[in-house]
Ligand binder design. Structure first.
Ligand SMILES: NC(=O)NCCC(=O)O
Ligand SMILES: [Zn+2]
Ligand SMILES: [Zn+2]
Length: 487
């Protein structure tokens, strides 16, 4: 049974052109003019783009004394409703510290629930021989080629510089890519105590205690450690000019450093934390916090210039009740906001509709670039024969006001509530199945999503280690006759 997406304009990261897309089973069979198939999907007046990939989610994550309320089912259905067909969730080791047990745990939670495809990043939250050994199995057998390091959340997830250096070196050996949450956790903790002592207990204290300098310092430090360890680096949720500047500088020096701004940081600013309504402000507490307009301008410029590559969400959705754990002490408000369902529409509306991004740059930032970084391109993130038929018919004529009443996320609010978006997925296809049709009462299809294994990186790691070994500092051989005798 074939499907043909007819009459649309295909947009890839490189170009746009009029063509039909023929799908056979789970794969794209052909792209061209006047194609026919058993079933026709109408794409007239619309764009046809690769399904979005959100590389940063925390579904059902145990964190800060609670568990993120968004489930694998509701989260992956919300993703499909927003045009995202693959997400990458962060797998956190539990009390026993085992990476392999953590993967089993995440599989148990996700397997029968997911409506679209997923993959995992593995978090390194400690350092010991067992972790060193398990990392090899994680990469070679479990198909996870990315390891996340938190430089913040002291006393919980944070790792020290020497642990990060050891883990980065291990990543280099295994052909894996290290990721960092870049914030100086020691200074954050000091600043949190300072503001609490001064009586600043509300959500604004969260923003005051995590200034851009704290992020910029950590980004620079992580880049230095990655360089010393001989590995590329991916910095998650880049929120400010200081961190962006560190990435730009590193890339100018020839380093492979990637930066991921979030749709929240691009479109919401720090004034949200000054709202008189505690609950309103607490809903927006996430790390790093939202910044001012100058930082937002820097992030938008980075996406256009190519110094930042990916737009994600860091979807970590806690409900109102959970946020109230921090009444009287902002350090206890569970950190995280949602955005899985809104990422593509918000980026289109505030990026493409304003001329800050081209449609091609939109595709690059929402799927193609991250597919390459994750080493799943062109199976994902591309519209070419042989690729997975993760395809979105993107309709730039559907206007919608974002509201919790109509969202698929199970959270009781939405940080983008009241904002208008000017495009929506008319259809979302995941490996050839229609998983979302706008206005047609689509229902979640839990269990149809698959786990996507990702092979270790061959070329970037090989090129970097070759370059490093050619340029490594070496002992200078000297004629013993030219060495004076010691005293
Ligand atoms: N970002 C955030 O506030 N919560 C999720 C955990 C993380 O990514 O730091
Ligand atoms: Zn983080
Ligand atoms: Zn995160």
């Amino acid at each position: 049974m074939s499907k043909v997406i007819k009459g649309g304009t295909v947009v890839t990261a490189d170009r746009q052109y009029k063509a039909d897309v023929l799908i056979e089973g789970e794969k794209i069979l052909e792209i061209g003019e006047n194609l026919t198939g058993d079933e026709v999907i109408d794409a007239s007046e619309a764009y046809v783009i690769p399904g979005g990939i959100d590389p940063h989610t925390h579904l059902e994550m145990p964190f800060m004394g609670t568990t993120a309320a968004e489930t694998f089912e509701s989260g992956t259905f919300a993703a499909a409703a927003g045009g995202t067909t693959m997400l990458v969730d962060f797998c956190l080791p539990g009390a026993d510290g085992s990476l392999l047990n953590a993967i089993d745990d995440w599989d148990r939670k996700s397997k029968d629930q997911i409506c679209v495809d997923i993959s995992y990043h593995m978090a390194i939250t400690d350092w010991n021989e067992r972790i060193f050994n398990e990392m090899e199995t994680v990469v070679k057998e479990r198909g996870i080629n990315t390891f996340k390091h938190f430089m913040a959340y002291k006393g919980a997830l944070m790792v020290e510089d020497d642990e990060m250096f050891a883990s980065f070196k291990r990543c280099a050996e295994l052909g894996a890519l290290p990721l960092v949450h870049a914030e100086n956790g020691d200074i954050v903790q000091e600043l949190q105590q300072k503001y609490l002592a001064e009586g600043v207990t509300g959500p604004e204290g969260h923003a005051y205690s995590r200034p851009p300098e704290v992020e910029g310092e950590a980004a620079n430090r992580a880049i230095m450690i990655a360089d010393a360890a001989g590995t590329p680096l991916y910095i998650v949720h880049v929120s400010c000019e200081q961190a962006h500047e560190a990435i730009r500088r590193a890339r100018q020096k020839g380093m492979r450093v990637y930066g991921e701004p979030l749709i929240q940081h691009l479109t919401l600013d720090e004034s949200e934390y000054f709202n008189k309504d505690w609950q309103y402000a607490a809903r927006r507490v996430m790390s790093p916090p939202f910044r001012n307009k100058e930082h937002q301008a820097s992030l938008w410029a980075g996406l256009a210039a190519g110094s930042l590559q990916v737009v994600a969400t860091d979807h970590a959705a806690f409900d109102d009740q959970q946020k109230r754990m921090g009444v009287g002490d902002f350090t206890k408000i569970p950190n995280g906001t949602g955005g899985l369902e809104e990422r593509m529409a918000m980026l289109w509306t505030q990026g493409v509709e304003t001329g800050r991004l081209t449609p091609e740059e939109f595709v690059a930032a929402t799927s193609s670039n991250i597919a390459k970084i994750l080493n799943v391109y062109p199976m994902k993130g591309a519209l070419v024969p042989g690729a997975d038929a993760d395809v979105v018919v993107w309709d730039p004529t559907i206007k919608k006001t974002i509201s919790p009443a109509t969202q698929k996320s199970i959270i009781d609010y939405n940080v983008f509530e009241g904002m208008e978006v000017t495009a929506q997925p008319r259809y979302t296809l995941s490996r050839g199945d229609v998983v979302w049709a706008y206005g047609q009462n689509s229902q979640p299809q839990p269990g149809r999503g698959k786990f996507v294994k990702r092979a270790p990186y061959a070329s970037a790691s090989k090129a970097l280690s070759k370059w490093k070994s050619l340029n490594t500092p070496r002992k200078i051989e000297r004629d013993p006759m030219n060495i004076p005798s010691g005293v």
